[in-house]
Design a binder for this molecule. Structure first.
Ligand code: ATP
Ligand code: MG
Length: 286
């Protein structure tokens, strides 16, 4: 049996689709494993284990899985002996304290002596300790946001991404306890052979993640404006400049951060740039 890297991903939930998409963009196509617990890749030495999110830290700590794609909040909550290898930029959310809309919230001391519902008791307890507060923690595994409405709690501690769930339950976010996104985590005892596969996988992850945040930009500009445009667009190392058939004009190619493009578009136009094209990048190796 050839050595494989065992990667745990969430079986079915918020992280599943983006986790499998990332692996696919890294050239790892998985034999479809919808009903399976395990699947192998055709062209890379990995085995995918589909597991419950909340069980994954234990499996990684025990070495059942070598690595996992997991929400950072779960890593923090579960307090297992695993290490964060890379943040992956998706499933961004934060763990927050929320109270009924009508509450006149003036600070964390509000929570003293209150009943707080959560699925994340360890993270909540850290927050309470840090603020020297005593409160009653009600651990429930789902639908935490309805707890105040049914009289089960005075406040909640839950994950928020857009805030619409809080809003539709008549709650407001008052404190952010921690920020989270999907990340790659690893166990502490990885053999050198498995580490080599992990390094290879990480190289691919980084190439895909870098490409997601960047765009390839092409534009035409009068030659005398090129130095000014280069200052606006620093590029990966330096931009490529090619002469156009039209006398006195050049075509410039570069890479720009996805969010930077809109910030500099007006400056580019003011420099006389024309025919601006912005294209996605599939892989980016720096
Ligand atoms: P299990 O797989 O054990 O059922 P779960 O029910 O906690 O776990 P999901 O609700 O699918 O699983 O959430 C998985 C992860 O998605 C969370 O731990 C968190 O990292 C991330 N996430 C991102 N945005 C949100 C959000 N708005 N609410 C909840 N989780 C979110
Ligand atoms: Mg669930």
């Amino acid at each position: 049996m050839p050595i494989k890297l065992k990667i745990a991903v969430q079986k079915s939930g918020r992280l599943t689709e983006d986790s499998l998409k990332l692996l696919k963009e890294c050239g790892i196509s998985i034999n479809d494993g919808n009903d399976q617990l395990k699947a192998s890749a055709k062209n890379f030495p990995v085995e995918i284990l589909y597991l419950r999110n909340s069980d994954i830290p234990q499996y990684v700590a025990d070495g059942v899985a070598d690595v996992a794609i997991l929400g950072e909040n779960v890593v923090i909550e579960k307090r297992k002996d695993i290490r964060l290898v890379e943040r992956l930029g998706f499933s961004k959310c934060h763990l927050s304290m929320a109270v009924p809309k009508g509450v006149n919230y003036e600070g964390p001391s509000f929570f003293n002596g209150k009943r707080i519902a959560t699925s994340y008791p360890n993270s909540l307890s850290d927050f309470l300790k840090k603020n020297n507060l005593e409160a009653e923690i009600h651990e429930i595994s789902g639908s935490v946001e309805i707890a105040p409405n049914i009289g089960l709690a005075d406040a909640i501690c839950d994950l928020v991404s857009t805030g619409s769930t809080l809003f539709s339950n008549g709650l407001k976010e008052v404190e952010v306890i921690l920020k989270s996104e999907a990340c790659l985590v690893a166990g502490k005892n990885i053999s050198p052979e498995v580490q080599e596969i992990l390094d290879n996988l990480l190289f691919r992850f980084r190439a895909v993640l870098a490409s997601r945040n960047n765009r390839y930009i092409l534009l035409n500009a009068p030659n005398e404006k090129i130095p000014e445009i280069i200052k606006i667009l620093p590029g990966m190392k330096s931009p490529t400049i090619m002469p156009l058939i039209e006398e006195g004009w050049s075509s410039l190619h570069s890479v720009i951060g996805e969010t930077d493009f809109w910030a500099v578009i007006d400056q580019l136009k003011a420099c006389g740039a024309q025919g601006i094209l912005v294209m996605p990048i599939e892989k980016m190796v720096l």
